[in-house]
Design a protein around this ligand. Structure first.
Ligand code: TPP
Length: 351
């Protein structure tokens, strides 16, 4: 009997247990994050953004890859982002128009102009608004994940912390408490080499952030933060372990902050060749595109389709809200204080 010939066009094996659609979806979130931040930069330069603009340029891979590893949806996992984790919020379901409204402090924004940038939550979608004080979200997430454990719910929490943030007392207290209580918590520690203008060698005496976690008896691993699939896989494993009762999982992501602390910061303290190297040799989007195309997981045309869809989505979201009003002064107190007196009209308005 003639042996059957194998089909000549075989699909290449896909990585990390992901489907082609999921690989493309991850690309879409990466592109969405970058394009949305580029639009925010343009709006900032037109003085339409109120307050600071915090970019995650070069760090999109770790935010998107880690959040994508969570169980998403109502009453599922909870994520606690920082200013540089816009990508993780988009993965959880935040909409670009909400981010734009919030950054421009619009009356119809998520916090109705009372808070700025990414400081807002959506508990149904599963993300928190951060407390500004560095480190404080670690004990908050220890508490939230302790309730998951006490109620026997199969949920995990994920909290981000910057390299500078690991120098705070609350980071250490919170991590110790979560470790002792064996909370189902994944900690993503971002070694992005700058905290404002402070480099790691002036921030801590250990070499790597995982060394800090070991002191608390917490399982710790390091991953290349600019390899989105590696971050996805490492976080997935960490989340499975935490969900299975293995306690706190600490993941150090090695990455690089390619913009200043915020848009006003000219980065005069950063060696220019360092910035150049990370932009040219280690950009998370470029690296992911290369992987996708070289392995034949997707076509280049599919990627340019995503780029175009994202461009249109961000244009439409901007058009929908850029001319919306700011909140009226009289609305400042309700929703912040219980039964507030109406704010008095400022005397000079009557002149
Ligand atoms: C307790 C506390 N101290 C100082 C600040 C001011 N501050 C805001 S962000 C920041 C630097 C944060 O660096 P890092 O944690 O490494 O995060 P990155 O900005 O690199 O993402 C500082 C000092 C703060 N928010 N909270």
């Amino acid at each position: 009997m003639a042996s059957r010939t194998r089909p000549t066009t075989q699909s290449p094996p896909l990585p990390a247990g992901l489907t082609r659609e999921q690989l493309l979806e991850i690309y879409r979130y990466l592109r969405l994050t970058r394009t949305l931040e580029e639009r925010l930069t343009a709006l900032y330069r037109q003085s339409k953004v109120i307050g600071g603009l915090f970019r995650s340029l070069g760090q999109e891979g770790e935010s998107v890859g880690s959040a994508y590893a969570l169980e998403r949806g109502k009453n599922r996992d909870i994520l606690s982002p920082l200013i540089r984790n816009l990508g993780s919020m988009l993965v959880m379901g935040a909409r670009p128009v909400e981010i734009l409204r919030q950054y421009m402090a619009k009356a119809d924004g998520p916090t109705r102009g009372r808070e700025l940038n990414v400081h807002f939550n959506d508990l149904e979608l599963g993300y928190l608004g951060q407390i500004s004080h560095l480190g404080d979200m670690i004990p908050v997430m220890a508490g939230i994940t302790l309730t998951f454990k006490l109620r026997g719910e199969p949920r995990v929490g994920l909290v981000y912390i910057g390299d500078g943030g690991t120098s705070t007392g609350t980071f250490h207290e919170g991590l110790n408490f979560a470790a002792v209580q064996r909370c189902p918590l994944v900690v993503i520690a971002e070694y992005n080499r700058w905290a404002y203008s402070t480099p790691p060698e002036k921030q801590f005496a250990v070499k790597d952030l995982v060394d800090k976690a070991k002191g608390y008896g917490v399982a710790a691993a390091t991953v290349d933060g600019n390899d989105v699939l590696a971050v996805y896989q490492a976080t997935r494993l960490a989340a499975e372990r935490a969900r299975g009762g293995a306690g706190v999982q600490f993941l150090e992501v090695k990455t690089y902050r390619r913009k200043g602390h915020a848009e006003h910061d000219d980065q005069h303290y950063v060696p220019p060749d360092e910035l150049d190297w990370w932009a040219k040799q280690n950009d998370p989007l470029d690296r992911y595109v290369k992987q996708l195309v070289q392995h034949d997981w997707v076509d280049e045309r599919e990627l340019s389709d995503v780029d175009e869809h994202v461009r249109v989505e961000i244009d439409e979201a901007t058009d929908a809200c850029v001319d919306e009003p700011l909140p009226q002064g009289e609305t400042a107190l309700p929703g912040v204080y219980a039964n507030p007196r109406a704010a008095e009209r400022l005397w000079f308005r009557n002149l």
